[in-house]
Design a protein around this ligand. Structure first.
Ligand code: GLA
Length: 386
């Protein structure tokens, strides 16, 4: 951790950091994403096949299954909604999305918000129309439709780093010009140290990695790889290790809990990526555990970091606004193991109370350390208060 702080300061540059802080404070003033955004995105489950009906289905589910009350608000259409531009250059949706204004009204009628997707390049990753040369027109169109969130995905865009920064800033300015608060989510896979300039171009979040997939290895590689980026995140501007795969693929309940715990410790955006109309009770319970979500949504907005590692066993901590610490005891190995969090590592006093956040259970008062048996690929997530 220390090492990365040093390389940040003397590496890519103080200038970027200052720009980042400036952007961050401007964004905090705009009151967008003061805590990490929560919602759903179509890509991880529906991919390019997504339709208007799928998005309505997700909105219906989110509004009625307890997710909305737990904080999930954004219903985001990813790639593959775009049709052709008209003679004036305005974008129209394809036949899978007959009327985005009507869809947006529907989503808003449920007390939710609508997100959309585009690219600074000529084409999106799936080969649909991007926004290059049409930034203002597209921003205007999104605002007219009632869009609340834009994921802006690099895809076919090519150029130098300063040009890339300018391309993202251009869309931010176009969005700002509409007067509609639209959360701006940068997606360029963590290239070019985006965390050092993302906030300065108006980013409320920026992807820090390539795409996630619904398997433990990829999810763990991404999630546990976030250590060191914590100083770049805060209210209004978040590191984004990609959308959730909870409930997708063959992830076990323990793996899903690891995924969710890690993303919450990381103060990551929580965008569910499964089919909300067909999920198990256990998946829904994992997505909606209030005490776990509260770690992600803590108003202080600190991103957690690793404090100890021994082979496949890791301890991560996230300082919370009430002075307590959220602590994740992770076992990345293949057999159950005892993981110990030492209080001096997590910076709490010699004696502290421990509460299990998945189980909603006070575990008692401990001296110097807390140990737990953690299943393979599993986690014990606790709150430690001295
Ligand atoms: C990229 C992004 C994904 C998704 C697809 C859509 O791969 O990283 O999250 O948006 O494009 O084509």
């Amino acid at each position: 951790m220390k090492q990365s702080m040093v390389s940040v300061t003397f590496g890519c540059g103080l200038v970027f950091m200052l720009a980042g802080w400036l952007g961050a404070s401007l964004y905090a003033q705009n009151k967008i994403a003061l805590t990490p955004p929560m919602g759903w995105n179509s890509w991880n489950y529906f991919g390019c096949k997504v339709t208007d009906a799928d998005v309505r289905g997700a909105a219906d589910a989110m509004a009625s299954n307890g997710m909305k009350e737990a904080g999930y608000i954004y219903v985001n259409i990813d790639d593959c909604w775009q049709g052709e531009r008209d003679g004036q250059g305005f974008i129209h949706p394809n036949s899978k999305f007959p009327d985005i204004k009507a869809l947006s009204d529907y989503v808003h009628s449920k007390g939710l918000k609508l997100g959309i997707y585009s690219s600074p390049g000529p084409k999106t990753c799936a080969g649909f129309e991007g926004s290059l040369g049409h930034e203002e027109q597209d921003a205007e169109t999104y605002a007219k439709w009632g869009v609340d969130y834009l994921k802006y995905d690099k895809c076919s865009w090519r150029g130098t780093v300063p040009e890339e920064i300018a391309a993202y800033r251009k869309m931010h300015e176009a969005l700002a010009k509409t007067g509609r608060p639209i959360l701006f989510s940068l997606c360029q896979y963590g290239d070019d140290r985006v965390w050092s300039w993302g906030a300065s171009v108006g980013g409320n979040a920026w992807r820090t990695t390539g795409d996630i997939s619904a398997d433990y290895e990829r999810m763990a590689y991404i999630g546990f790889g976030q250590n060191g980026l914590e100083r770049f995140a805060g209210p209004g501007h978040w590191n984004d290790p990609d959308m959730l795969e909870v409930g997708n693929g063959k992830l076990t309940d323990d793996e899903n809990k690891t995924h969710m715990s890690l993303w919450c410790l990381l103060a990551a955006p929580l965008l569910a990526g499964n089919d909300l109309t067909r999920m198990s009770h256990q998946t829904l319970a994992i997505l909606t555990n209030r005490e776990v979500i509260a770690v992600d949504q803590d108003p202080a907005g600190f991103q957690g970091f690793r404090v100890a590692q021994e082979g496949p066993l890791e301890v991560w901590v996230k300082p919370l606004s009430d002075g307590s610490k959220a602590v994740g005891l992770f076992n990345r190995g293949y057999t159950p193991a005892t993981v110990t969090a030492y209080f001096k590592d997590i910076k709490v006093a010699e004696t502290a109370a421990v509460r299990d956040l998945w189980l909603h259970k006070d575990l008692g008062t401990f001296r110097e350390s807390f140990s737990a048996t953690v299943p393979r690929h599993g986690v014990v997530l606790v709150k430690v208060r001295d």
